[in-house]
Design a protein around this ligand. Structure first.
Ligand SMILES: NC(=O)c1ccc[n+]([C@@H]2O[C@H](COP(=O)([O-])OP(=O)(O)OC[C@H]3O[C@@H](n4cnc5c(N)ncnc54)[C@H](OP(=O)(O)O)[C@@H]3O)[C@@H](O)[C@H]2O)c1
Length: 307
């Protein structure tokens, strides 16, 4: 199986490069090799690689910045995705694409299913929804995996921010009225690989559609921060104070309920991601292990080599 992976240096892309490697030949691009803002590059790369599977882990993910530059987020999350979908269909390749809980407004009381009507409340969510709609209407073989609250041992994310702040502050104030499932990039990459391993690209294409794929269970950002603090086992614990979203205004509004039901993924393919606490523990342990290796390493350049 020849797999073209786009967005290899992002949180998910990095983990996918590792998880998909045993499945076949991986040809992976970061932004320097394939810029999704340049439509001609997308077309020429896909036509020259001629993949069996096209995995798109790249996206414009700056949720707050998207409010002031909606055109930039649309270019990457919608316009480029439409070209990916057209080219994947032309190549008869399975397109695996990722989307977000932010396509919903969060007004529902229970977890969202794939049949619920999206109604994004921020520019990022609107751009991701437009990307989903292009893929669905072009209708080549595709899987759209909607996920939420992604973090990993690298990149910019809540886990790394809270860890850093725990070292510096006596008190953290963290939003407690947004509920969702923190999902590690590693667990999502493993689930993606497992889908391909068990079913093959052809069978997955026959079951094209949207699937929710998050870690199991749910918590608030405050609950997530508390669990990170517990794993850090600091001697002098920082106070972590729950606050309302209204006390922490951001340019982009976020849904209060980000929970996604994963029943369709389980029913269709027998696949479920681990519980969010277990994902966090695994990711935290790998972070600790890496830091241990780096502290044994004579200098920063050597540490980068070890990576
Ligand atoms: N992060 C979350 O909390 C979250 C939640 C729900 C869904 N998702 C979805 O999950 C997927 C993976 O997200 P992630 O967290 O792994 O994101 P990420 O860490 O921000 O990675 C996104 C990657 O996209 C690349 N990219 C951005 N613009 C590009 C362009 N013009 N051409 C080529 N590459 C470009 C970035 O490259 P540079 O490194 O060069 O910037 C980066 O490597 C995305 O579809 C995202 O929408 C994420």
């Amino acid at each position: 199986m020849k797999i073209l992976l786009i967005g290899r240096s992002g949180q998910l892309g990095w983990e996918l490069a590792r998880a998909l490697a045993p499945l076949g030949e991986i040809i992976a691009f970061d932004r320097a090799g394939l810029d999704l803002a340049v439509p001609g590059q997308i077309v020429s790369v896909i036509r020259s690689v001629r993949p069996d599977v096209l995995v798109n882990a790249a996206a414009y993910t700056a949720v707050d910045r998207a409010e002031s530059e909606p055109d930039a987020s649309f270019a990457i999350n919608a316009a480029a995705v439409a070209i990916l979908a057209e080219e994947a269909k032309r190549a008869r390749a399975l397109l695996i694409h990722y989307s977000t809980d932010y396509v919903f407004d969060g007004a529902k009381d229970t977890p969202y299913s794939e049949d619920d009507r999206p109604n994004p409340i921020n520019a990022y969510g609107r751009s991701k929804l437009a990307g989903e709609q292009s893929i669905s209407s072009i209708d080549g073989p595709h899987l759209i995996l909607r996920t939420s609250w992604v973090y990993s041992a690298r990149g910019k994310n809540f886990l790394l921010t809270i860890r850093r702040l725990l070292q510096k502050r006596d008190e953290l104030r963290v939003v407690s009225d947004q509920i969702g499932a923190p999902t590690s990039a590693g667990a999502l990459a493993e689930a993606t690989a497992e889908l391909l391993r068990r079913n093959g690209a052809g069978a997955l294409g026959e079951r094209s559609g949207i699937y929710h794929a998050t870690a199991r269970g749910s918590t608030s950002w405050h609950g997530f921060a508390m669990e990170i603090a517990r794993l850090e086992r600091l001697g002098l614990p920082t106070r972590i104070v729950p606050i309302a979203s209204s006390e922490y205004p951001t340019p982009a509004q976020r849904p209060k309920n980000s929970r996604l039901s994963n029943e369709k993924l389980l029913r269709s393919f027998g696949i479920a991601l681990p519980k969010w606490e277990a994902c966090l523990e695994t990711c935290h342990a790998s972070l600790r292990a890496r830091e241990g290796r780096e502290s044994d390493t004579p200098n920063a350049n050597d540490a980068r080599e070890v990576e």
